[in-house]
Design a protein around this ligand. Structure first.
Ligand code: FES
Length: 160
């Protein structure tokens, strides 16, 4: 059996040396080696969105990305969104709108919403729905989630 490769990963602004087989899913390394449990294991097939992270600011399903594919790029997880002791406005809006029931999908919802608002500060409800439609929530807090993204957008534009 070949020895694991040594890789450098840049995650949430810090550089980590990890030893892992190159085809290990990024999600496993984030959770098991780096202790970053924001991204969740849902389906493991790239279908549910629970494992979403940002790779160079673009959302991506970390359960189907080999860790070697993240080397030399910037990975941002849910844990990397807060800064200066303050939650990111999207995180705060999800709390304020009580957009969680079991909470399992929220990592993906928040990461997708963050990426959307970075490129479109004033999305319509249809655009928010479109962005989130492949992220699965089985509890049914969809309305609160939509409200949270709209609230975050308004706050980020200084309109609330
Ligand atoms: Fe990655 Fe479901 S766990 S998409």
């Amino acid at each position: 059996m070949p020895a694991p490769a040594r890789l450098q990963l840049s995650v949430n602004g810090a550089v980590w040396d990890v030893a892992a087989d190159a085809d290990t899913p990024l999600l496993y390394v984030l959770r098991n080696d780096l202790g970053l449990n924001g991204p969740k294991f849902g389906c493991g097939l790239g279908e549910c969105g629970a494992c979403t992270v940002l790779l160079d600011d673009r959302p991506l399903r970390s359960c189907i990305l080999p860790v070697a594919g993240a080397a030399g790029r910037q990975v941002t997880t849910l844990e990397g969104l807060a800064s200066g002791g303050q939650l990111h406005p999207v995180q705060q809006a999800f709390i304020d709108e009580q957009a969680a029931q079991c909470g399992y999908c929220l990592n993906g919802m928040i990461m997708m919403a963050k990426a959307l608002l970075d490129r479109n500060p004033a999305p319509s409800e249809a655009e928010i729905r479109q962005e989130l439609k492949y992220n699965l929530c089985r509890c049914g807090t969809h309305i609160e989630i939509l409200r949270a993204v709209a609230l975050a957008a308004a706050r980020m534009r200084g309109q609330e």
